[in-house]
Design a protein around this ligand. Structure first.
Ligand code: ZN
Length: 185
């Protein structure tokens, strides 16, 4: 099987993120960017949100709509992509609008952009590669499975919406799980 072509474009602060042992990595978290395109996701990823460490929020890998895979953070470092699970997980972000640009508007929660076949194929190849490289990797979860918090809706304080809904209802879980040696958490 051909190895997936991964473009290495590390974030400027990647070297400041905590390191970890390969044995600590047992979970993959699937996200979508909830942004219009990869360039905007890069902009968000580069933002410094934690002045003490000079780091911010991002996944390790980004998969564009055409199936291009880019590594923003090496998997041997802890990226900030999910509450409570960062030290043990690899975050993979699929480019998809999600609820952009009205993320918390109660009338805008559908997440109706389909994922592309090229994205799914690239994700499968990337996961197969990561499973070969990190033998402790055994489970996969959606961000929405791990962060179930609710917040006040931006359009009506009497309503609540999910803080995180990605990858959302259109993510093809069955197709993915049939093709990678991971169980869904
Ligand atoms: Zn997410």
């Amino acid at each position: 099987m051909p190895r997936p072509a991964i473009r290495i474009e590390h974030l400027p602060y990647a070297g400041a993120l905590a390191g970890r042992d390969a044995a600590a990595i047992d979970t993959v978290v699937i996200h979508c960017t909830e942004l219009p395109d990869l360039a905007t996701a890069r902009e968000y990823g580069e933002r410094v949100l934690y002045p003490d460490s000079g780091t911010g929020n991002s996944g390790h890998y980004y998969i564009d709509r055409d199936g291009a895979v880019v590594e923003y953070v090496p998997p041997a470092r802890v990226a900030h992509h999910v509450r409570g699970w960062n030290p043990r997980s690899i975050g993979i972000e699929l480019v998809n609008r999600g609820r952009w640009p009205h993320w918390l508007d109660s009338r805008h929660q559908a997440m109706d952009e389909p994922y592309t076949d090229a994205q799914l194929a690239a994700l499968v190849a990337l996961l197969q590669e990561l499973c070969a490289r990190f033998p402790a990797l055994a489970q996969v979860a959606g961000h929405e499975d791990l962060d179930t918090g609710e917040v006040e809706a931006s359009d009506d304080p009497a309503l609540t919406v999910r803080r995180k809904r990605d990858p959302g209802p259109l993510f093809p879980w069955e197709q993915l799980l049939a093709r990678v040696p991971l169980r869904r958490l």
